[in-house]
Write a protein that binds this ligand. Sequence first.
Ligand SMILES: *Cc1c(COP(=O)(O)O)cnc(C)c1O
Length: 480
Amino acid sequence: MRSHLLNDLTAERYRRSVTEGVERVAARLAATDRPFTGVTAGELAPRIDRIDLDRPLGDTTAALDELEEVYLRDAVYFHHPRYVAHLNCPVVIPAVLGEAVLTAVNSSLDTWDQSAGGTLIERRLIDWTAARIGLGPGADGVFTSGGTQSNLQALLLAREEAGTDDTARLRILTSEASHFSVRKSAKLLGLGPDAVIAVPVDHDRRMRTLALARELERCRREGLVPMAVVATAGTTDFGSIDPLPEVARLCDRFGAWMHVDAAYGCGLLVSPTRRHLLTGIERADSVTVDYHKSFFQPVSSSAVLVRDAATLRHATYHADYLNPRRTVAERIPNQVDKSLQTTRRFDALKLWMTLRVMGAEGVGRLFDEVCELAREGWRTLAADPRFHVVAEPALSTLVFRCIPAAVTDPAGIDRANLYARKALFASGDAVVAGTKVDGRHYLKFTLLNPETRPSDLAAVLDLIAGHAEQYLGESLDRAS
Ligand SMILES: *Cc1c(COP(=O)(O)O)cnc(C)c1O
């Protein structure tokens, strides 16, 4: 069994094993002609349940053969141009290479004595990101597992900086289109059930700053403490960007912590043509970025950045066995002092390799391409009488629904769209997302693949319209 340990004696086995795995994936990528096979959980579960985990195959090739059956063949493939559903992106090769390296070396970024150069590489990338945002010389931050954790940590710092222990009076103001991790964080932070105030959005799904000002006034009148305003730079459904300069002004006036959730919109930081859309982000107290969304990085890769490094002390705890107090005086860089996690992946290496091979502009150009594609898709949808599209895209999402000519009641339109999405998923020809707008069912394209062409979008729209028509045909049959 020792031959399975990765070490000096097994370097050749390591090379062979990983190469065999890489070849399987490469072959699968080349052979994929649809984003999904349409397999159901009911079909797949018995294949997985049948496997006796207490009887190993003992052989890499056999294990990979089995893996084809239970995973590789039926996985959802994001590199396929007709996967246009969620904010999970196709990945760039330098980042995948970084992933392979960081896994093999297995650095843990909690302490210097488990990572050495890894810690410094992460710190450089944090400084680089903070500089792109414009947070100033006192900024800092740390890599996290995702936007959810980044938002939680930012709000933890905001709560600690709010200057009151009376958690019942604390309020977080965020738009009604913001991510649910804001509400989840409020709960985890022990705030009351009314802690999150949902500020209305305008037609383009941007926070109404007049309404924000009104809510802040109301907090002041009622003796409540607005511990943070969470602005979103790229809402998950619409890609809408809240008016950051006005939010910043209001945060100044009311003494609230400004957090910008740029989990999705962070790609604009490297965009050659669209960076201006983030104007105002430089005034934030904290920022969430998800490199695993708009930087084309594999899951996980995310960070939380703060304007004032000192605020990270609220996440600092010392353990004699790990990061004793004296290591601070000795200036030993232990990233665990800044993180909610302890053992932590060296995810930063993926971004490092990406920047060193492709450069930031290369990433930004890819993100620009998907934003352009969304604009083109919007024109197509707006001109097509079969569809209703909700708003012009700010980034790379399109929310729309099919309006079959024969249906007039809203519930019937809802059902036709729900059916079309399910039928499309079951066919595996394309994968689209769904959401609700004003209580009605809509469909969503999240465009993150620069290989998706306008003709792919047109083809997917035809498929959707076809499934909706088929549903109507069947429901007419049922009715007659
Ligand atoms: C995706 C997303 C999140 C959550 O990020 P995860 O990486 O999925 O945890 C938070 N905020 C916004 C706006 C998002 O789009």
